[in-house]
Ligand binder design. Structure first.
Ligand code: ADP
Length: 247
């Protein structure tokens, strides 16, 4: 059949920790340009799922395919190179470097600290830094020390560092944690903008934010998918209501 072209295919994915199935025969398909949000109670397996996709954790069973590439047993750095970028909750920017330098050192080729050491970087890198800085709304902060940015700006910078590697699939874990209302709004715009030519999986707890950004919502519970669909569909699903009310 003329199968739909997904970017990410997760099939029969299972991982056990000491016999406990944190992810249990899970299937997940993410489209091009999709902004998929994963919700679910604590312990549902959301973080573990992203850990499996980015290669931080190994599956006990099943497969993860990104376009034509089998990721299931691939090394973490190769998964990044194949176009899958993950941002963790704790920021990992270089506080003492400028915004420009943070982006520059994240450029995949070389990945050197040459620029930070004062060497002039080539035009391609400069152009890429400029484009990414504009995309994340920090074009006027290129010379600022990263440590002096607001909490929200630091988070955007880290997303920018991911974008420097030109990922086609980005995975973010609670991107608005600790942000002000204004920063949340700007982050919603940023994520939607990023998905115009990439795909994204976001773990999020803030339902207002989920409603604002999601093209599709996946509800996880006990390592499985409990429901999937539009925000409206999942929040009116009796199974989902049950889980959130703690029956
Ligand atoms: P969520 O992100 O939805 O809150 P997690 O993926 O963090 O859920 O956790 C799912 C379950 O797997 C939890 O019960 C957690 O304790 C367990 N778990 C996750 N990682 C490990 C690990 N490395 N070793 C043992 N148990 C783990």
């Amino acid at each position: 059949s003329a199968a739909k072209e997904f970017v990410l295919y997760v099939e029969d994915l299972t991982v056990s920790f000491d016999g406990f199935k944190a992810i249990d025969s899970l299937n997940l398909y993410v489209d091009k340009n999709e902004l998929r949000v994963i919700i679910g109670p604590n312990g549902a397996g959301k973080t573990t799922l992203l850990d499996l996709i980015c290669g931080k954790t190994r599956a006990s069973k099943g497969s993860i395919k990104f376009k034509d590439t089998e990721l299931t047993k691939m090394a973490e750095h190769k998964i990044v190179r194949s176009g899958v970028g993950r941002k963790f909750q704790t920021p990992s920017i270089y506080e003492n470097l400028s915004v420009f330098q943070n982006l520059e050192v994240s450029f995949p080729r070389g990945r050197s600290v040459m620029g930070a050491l004062g060497f002039k970087c080539d035009n391609e890198v400069q152009a890429r830094v400029q484009a990414v800085a504009e995309e994340i709304g920090l074009a006027d902060k290129l010379d600022s020390e990263a440590g002096l940015l607001s909490h929200g700006q630091k988070q955007w910078l880290e997303i920018g560092m991911l974008l420097m590697q030109e990922p086609e699939l980005l995975m973010l874990d609670e991107p608005i944690a600790g942000m002000s209302a204004k920063e949340r709004e700007l982050t919603a715009d940023l994520l939607k903008r990023i998905c115009k030519n990439r795909s994204m999986i976001v773990i999020e707890h803030d339902m207002d934010f989920v409603a604002q950004i999601a093209s599709k919502v996946t509800v996880m519970h006990q390592g499985k998918i409990l429901a999937e669909g539009s925000m409206d569909q999942v929040q009116n699903d009796p199974k989902v209501i049950d889980v959130y009310l703690g029956h």
